[in-house]
Design a protein. Structure first.
Length: 99
């Protein structure tokens, strides 16, 4: 794993969560180009299983991939089966849903 991927920089927490949750750099290379520029304080990108499938990404248990970032800094990433709770929990964040 590298500390920088494309134009994004990884926090130490991101690198740990990436490794722990089985989100490899190969997968990130396929999805990061689709995230629109994050000018907001906090952005949450949600990749729906159908989007991931069209990119040739094998999705565990048909979960969504969620990436949290601040501008070009990757904060965390995780798999989530029902990301709807994020809309209530992260009221100050900007969302981008990719399907």
């Amino acid at each position: 794993m590298t500390k920088q991927l494309l134009e994004y920089h990884k926090t130490d927490h991101f690198m740990l969560s990436q490794w722990d949750r089985g989100i490899g750099d190969e997968l990130l290379y396929k999805v990061l180009p689709f995230i629109s520029e994050a000018k907001e304080n906090k952005k949450i990108a949600i990749f729906i299983p159908s989007f991931l499938g069209t990119k040739g990404i094998d999705v565990p248990k048909k979960d969504c991939l969620v990436i949290v970032l601040k501008q070009k800094l990757l904060k965390t990433a995780f798999w989530c089966d029902h990301p709807n709770y994020l809309f209530l929990k992260e009221k100050d964040a900007a969302f981008q849903i990719l399907y």
